[in-house]
Design a protein around this ligand. Structure first.
Ligand code: 475
Length: 824
């Protein structure tokens, strides 16, 4: 401890240039972070060296998004110096919790996809898998959300302004990135046609490394984020021509590439700058991968034995054309050889079946920005369509008539003709990869049967499932110390590395003393949240209420509106004196809406309007409260999830690819009210469906309802409480003086077809909520179920998910000496 104290003080003085006697929390946080980083860097160097010495096969995880959140607490826990740090900082006059608050969340992602990437890096580090995360260091991460007059207002997330003590900027190791220009043809010595892409504009990619430690194993992997740097200062002519200001302007223009994260979750923006970001990221990463590979290899055909590249959705899929370009134009390989290398190296993960999220890029844009890549994509397509024809005519595909074959080719083509001629990035990713995976069992079945059914017939081995998982280090151990300590006092700490060990809790569910201790841990977390809400929102929570929580991105398919209709109905029953047996509850909502997503923003407004009315109504507000948590983010989730008793997972069946929040809640002892969707299905199967509150129509039932003609008006007319709730929303009951404010929401349900079947599931949802309320009154039974939920969550560790990727997709093994956890 004395060593750590000395190091912190030294960093305050020599790294931060401050007086250690002036006790600034900001300086002491930064100094502590630097002292922790010092303790990681040796192991990081040793880890990287061991990959090189042992010629280990490496995994590269390519993701345009990461959501690491804060690093301090996680890193202290991984290093096993949390207690030491707590005492050291207390000696210096600080509470460690307060210091941790100084850190900004690294919010380099939108939601589930980005957070999954961060959980996966944590698991690779813990399992000892030679992995690297690659991404973009956006200057502005996901916007900061404030609620003004009930509405979402976006503010810039200038997370780098205060500096980032965790990162190493490597300004010496820049990689060139080219855009535009043209393609020249030439003939090689064997008379073959060759192509060279001549430079148009150039910018530079600067690496910025963040260290990702494993749990108590000395293994530290790297997350390399690229930042755009202009090349104008390297171009002497620019300044010599006298156009000094012009040159500086160009510098600003170039560096715009990594300026901001696109804040849309599952909606394609189709903007030129977004494509630039993707290619900027991809070419820098592939150059770095090949640089490392070529240190030990000359023969490019050995690439798939040494390198596995996982594409996190299609956002980095242009990597397939980029690797082809390098192999063809720079290494001068033959097409077939190059293509085999690509397919064996790449694998692709799909995260959503929503059609509005499937990426396409206009051919005209690609031809201009990346002319050589567009040529390569055309050639990939031509060869692929010939192959389709061959396979389709072979026996296994039955006898296709010509017309069918033409239709099949149009459906699977990389090029879509309408509404504008575009490249389908998912098709490129499927054809260019040896593995295509979904993220939960139902999602993968829907990929096979619906979204990619033609590809499933063409390549029956390619599509596979890898159900998501979450890291128990952050989402149980670090976020929920009261519960973790209780668990550890009964079954030891092995569960942090091997989550299956939680099954040892099962017998304890029958032990009244253990149940009481379990409830005490929950209460402690509820009180912590109460203190936080008081500080941030100046509101008093009732900790004896049932804490009912719905936090995630705001999206129509996630159905925050269904939850809101339950709240309005409960409010009406209480007002009308029809709810004598109502179990008091506080309903929490939280989440960001894409700034361009009108309906999602209006939903936020409606939630806040209902909250204002309910909370101000003294007839009901001792029994029902509604809280909107502004700026939902990773660090907020870490506070809210441990305090939650009811987890809302109520997406339209078939629409939520997996969900990962669902897992974090159950792991922390919340019970789930949910639909038969995503990974919630597998959770119900692992836990026992009777221990969750499952309701609503299933995916196949919705398909047939849709086919037979779904008429939401039928539900409106047939259900008095539903009608009352909708009419109130449409009137100005919650928006005095602003008549019609929420009419778009209601009209969307009644006259817009209710695409997400909110009305169809309303009555069953109410029934399930009634069951929840009733069970909560029986605290012994509630607690028993809570314990069993957590005890059976072992499968949903990201360690299990990553082990499956490693074995079944990447063919990589943990580093020697790390298979059983602890390293030397
Ligand atoms: C799913 N984001 C969750 C999670 O697998 C799932 C798409 C386009 C542009 C920007 N962001 C996206 C997603 O598609 C996304 O986050 N998908 C989510 O991935 C991890 O658990 O069900 O919705």
């Amino acid at each position: 401890m004395e060593g750590l104290k000395k190091d912190v003080i030294r960093h305050v003085v020599s790294s931060l240039g401050s007086d250690y006697a002036s006790k600034s929390a900001y300086n002491y946080y930064n100094a502590l972070a630097l002292a922790v980083r010092d303790r990681l860097i040796d192991n990081w160097i040793k880890t990287q060296r061991s990959y090189y010495d042992e010629k280990a096969k490496r995994v590269y995880y390519l993701s345009l998004e990461y959501l690491p959140g804060k690093s301090l607490m996680n890193n202290l826990h991984c290093l096993g110096i949390y207690e030491t740090a707590r005492k050291a900082m207390s000696d210096l006059g600080f509470s460690l919790e307060d210091l941790a608050e100084q850190e900004w969340d690294a919010g380099l992602g939108n939601g589930g996809l980005g957070r999954l990437a961060s959980c996966f890096l944590d698991s690779m580090a813990t399992l000892g898998i030679p992995g690297y995360g690659y991404g973009i260091r956006y200057d502005y991460g996901i916007f900061h959300q404030v609620i003004e007059d009930g509405k979402q207002v976006e503010q810039a997330d200038n997370w780098m302004r205060v500096g980032n003590p965790w990162a190493y900027e490597r300004g010496q190791h820049l990689f060139p990135v080219r855009f535009f220009g043209e393609v020249k043809n030439w003939t090689d010595e064997y008379g073959r046609l060759r192509h060279t892409w001549t430079a148009g504009d150039t910018v530079l990619a600067m690496p910025c490394d963040m260290l990702v430690p494993g749990w108590d194993n000395h293994h530290v992997i790297n997350m390399r984020l690229w930042s755009a740097r202009s090349d104008v200062e390297f171009d002497l002519d620019f300044f010599n021509t006298g156009n000094y200001l012009g040159a500086v302007e160009e510098k600003i223009f170039d560096e715009k590439i990594s300026k901001v994260l696109y804040p849309s979750d599952q909606i394609e923006e189709g903007r030129e700058l977004r494509l630039k970001q993707q290619y900027f990221f991809v070419t820098a990463t592939i150059q770095d991968i090949l640089r490392r590979f070529r240190k030990k290899h000359q023969d490019m055909t050995e690439l798939p034995q040494s390198v596995a590249i996982q594409l996190n959705d299609t956002h980095p899929a242009i990597a397939i054309a980029e690797l082809m370009r390098i192999l063809l134009d720079e290494d001068l390989l033959d097409w077939e050889v190059a293509w085999d290398i690509c397919v064996s190296t790449f694998a692709y993960t799909n995260h959503t079946i929503l059609p509005e999220a499937l990426e396409t890029w206009p051919v005209s844009l690609l031809e201009r920005m990346l002319p050589r890549h567009m040529q390569i994509i055309y050639e990939i397509n031509a060869r692929f369509l010939r192959e389709v024809e061959r396979v389709a005519r072979s026996e296994d595909c039955g006898q296709l008539c010509h017309r069918d074959l033409d239709h099949l080719k149009q459906r699977v083509s990389l090029i879509q003709e309408r509404p504008i001629k575009s490249v389908r990035m998912a098709h490129l990713a499927i054809i260019g990869s040896h593995s295509v995976n979904g993220v939960a069992a139902l999602h993968t079945e829907l990929l096979k049967a619906r979204v990619f059914d033609d590809f499933q017939r063409l390549y029956p081995q390619k599509i596979n499932n890898k159900t998501n998982g979450v890291t128990p280090r952050r989402w149980l151990w670090s976020a929920n110390q009261p519960l973790s300590r209780l668990i550890a006092s009964h079954i030891g700490t092995g569960f942090v590395r091997n989550l299956d060990e939680l099954t040892q809790l099962e017998p304890l569910a029958a032990d009244p003393a253990f149940r009481e201790a379990w409830r005490a841990a929950k209460l402690e977390n509820k009180q912590r949240l109460q203190a936080y809400i008081k500080r941030k929102l100046m509101r008093e929570l009732h900790t004896e209420h049932l804490f009912d929580v719905h936090i995630k991105r705001i999206h129509e398919y996630k159905r925050q509106v269904l939850n809101l209709l339950h709240v309005v109905t409960a409010y009406n029953r209480l007002r009308h004196g029809q709810a004598a047996d109502f179990t008091p509850r506080t309903v929490f909502f939280g989440g960001k809406a894409a700034p361009s997503y009108f309906m999602a923003k209006r939903i936020i407004h409606a939630i806040n309007a209902v909250a204002a009315t309910v909370n101000a109504d003294s007839r009901v507000n001792d029994k029902l409260q509604v809280v909107y948590l502004p700026n939902y983010c990773v660090s907020q989730a870490e506070r809210v999830i441990p305090a939650t008793e009811l987890s809302e997972q109520i997406s339209t069946a078939g629409m939520e690819a997996s969900g990962t929040g669902n897992m974090k809640f159950a792991l922390n002892g919340a019970l789930t009210i949910g639909t038969w969707d995503g990974a919630t299905i597998e959770m119900a199967q692992a836990i026992g469906p009777e221990l969750l509150f499952i309701f609503g129509m299933r995916e196949d039932e919705l398909v047939s309802l849709r086919q037979h003609g779904y008429n939401p008006m039928l539900y409106y007319h047939g259900d008095e409480e539903l009608r009352e709730a909708l009419d109130m929303l449409r009137s100005d009951a919650f928006s005095p003086g602003q008549h019609g404010l929420f009419a778009p929401l209601v009209d969307n349900l009644l006259h817009g077809g209710d695409r997400f079947f909110v009305l169809a599931d309303y009555r069953q949802y109410l029934g399930a909520q009634q069951d929840v309320g009733r069970l909560y009154l029986d605290q012994e039974e509630w607690t028993r179920r809570s314990i069993l939920n957590a005890a059976r969550m072992g499968f949903f560790s990201s360690d299990r998910a990553i082990s499956q990727y490693a074995r079944e997709i990447w063919d990589v093994a943990p580093m020697a000496g790390l298979q059983n956890g602890k390293g030397a």
